[in-house]
Design a binder for this molecule. Structure first.
Ligand SMILES: [Fe+2]
Length: 401
């Protein structure tokens, strides 16, 4: 018997025939010929029955109300078709559901998790002298360049395009390929300018728009969820100096955890109130400088001292909080962790604003310098990379969509 099993998503899975199924109470033990097994809970399988009222065909989203689940074991019987699909007859009305064995296999292989189709994080110190770099001239026309660049954004937390057009709208056009930008009170796209008609404009409201050094920091720790990725597009740079400086916060945190656990404990548990103040804004959030979040959440540094406003901790903890912060700030600027490079017109540097501590050396006054910047949240970059990776022919599990 041959079946065409639909799946509870929109992907094309390679057919991976099942060898056997055994019902054991509320679990169905699925076995493949290579010995891979998966113990599927019956109600979860029932919810994922595309052809038996578990999933809506148009949206491929679940439509069962848990209040209507049967009590006790739900499977009446289960069998494997001649070509290896799973057939289950469900209580209480003997409805029969068909399951694609390739879809089941991707769950057995743990490829359904949020980390799936994303690269493993690679931490770095001063061992890399340039950001991973791709061709900005072809990024809009060659999907593989966009996929590789965005994958490296997740892997190293930083990746660069060179030779991109120096048109003002190019950055938003590029971001449109990845996902919606994260708007803030600075607007969906913002300028970092020096010596370009600043007088009287609102660009003078930030040290970013001076020629001063910017120590290692992360943007907008005043938000519950700070922006995920920051992208800076260099349109003009005639100034001397002003190298970008980057440090991998993941490497800095690992170093502190291993060698200075008392500082690590203070940095990850003692909270500060961060505060963006302005006539018409009042953004505040309280959190630790190294925010580990819940399991699986991205590491988040809250490190921008101009907006660090109040210690939010017991008075007795303040001395060790300040001591740990001093140590951390010095280490983040230390050459052993520093990547330093100049901005060239046509460069677009993307970096993980929650992981990478970014800064800038001072530069000469009198030279023009114009960068444009925007934010895109982690969720959007991760979604884009998952889809692009699934579609790439380098992935043997899935047929190209
Ligand atoms: Fe910044």
């Amino acid at each position: 018997m041959t079946v065409q099993a639909l799946t509870p998503d929109f992907y094309a899975y390679a057919w991976s025939p099942l060898a056997s199924v055994t019902v054991d109470g509320s679990f169905l033990r699925l076995v493949w010929a290579d010995g891979t097994t998966y113990e599927a809970f019956d109600l979860w399988l029932r919810e994922n029955a595309v052809d038996a009222g578990g999933v809506d065909l148009a949206t491929r989203e679940g439509i069962m109300d848990p209040a209507h689940h049967v009590d006790g074991p739900a499977a009446e019987s289960a069998t494997i078709t001649d070509d290896g699909a799973l057939l289950v007859t469900w209580k209480p009305d003997d409805v029969v559901a068909t399951y694609h064995p390739g879809w089941l296999r991707h769950v057995a292989d743990s490829q359904h998790r949020p980390s799936s189709f994303l690269p493993d994080l690679v931490t770095w110190t001063s061992d890399i002298i340039e950001p991973p770099t791709y061709d900005g001239a072809t990024v809009l026309t060659d999907p593989e360049v966009l996929r590789a660049w965005s994958t490296d954004l997740l892997r190293h937390g930083i990746a660069r395009l060179r030779n991109a057009p120096t048109e003002e709208d190019f950055l938003l056009e590029l971001m449109g390929r990845i996902g919606p930008v994260r708007d803030t009170n600075f607007g969906p796209i913002w300028d970092v300018k020096a010596d370009i008609e600043l007088a009287g404009s609102d660009l003078t409201n930030s040290t970013a728009n001076t020629n001063l050094r910017l120590p290692p920091h992360t943007d907008l720790p005043t938000r519950e969820t700070p922006p995920g990725f920051q992208f800076l597009h260099c349109l003009v740079n005639e100034a001397e100096g002003g190298n970008s400086t980057m440090a991998d916060g993941a490497a800095v945190a690992a170093h502190i955890a291993e060698h200075h656990p008392h500082h690590y404990q203070a940095l990850t548990t003692l909270n500060w109130v961060f505060f963006n103040r302005g006539p018409n804004i009042d953004h505040r959030w309280s959190g630790p400088m190294i925010d580990l979040g819940v399991e699986g959440a991205p590491l988040t540094f809250r490190a921008f001292h101009p907006v660090r406003a109040f210690p939010d901790m017991d008075q007795a903890d303040m001395p060790r909080a300040y001591s740990a912060m001093k140590f951390f700030s010095a280490l983040a600027a230390d050459p052993q962790f520093r990547l330093s490079y100049p901005f060239v017109p046509g460069d677009i540097v993307g970096f993980d604003n929650r992981r990478i501590l970014h800064g800038r050396d001072a530069f000469s006054s009198g030279g023009k310098r114009h960068l444009r910047g925007t934010y895109v949240d982690q969720d959007e970059v991760r979604s884009f990379v998952r889809v692009a990776t699934r579609r790439s022919r380098a992935n043997p599990v899935f047929e190209p969509a």
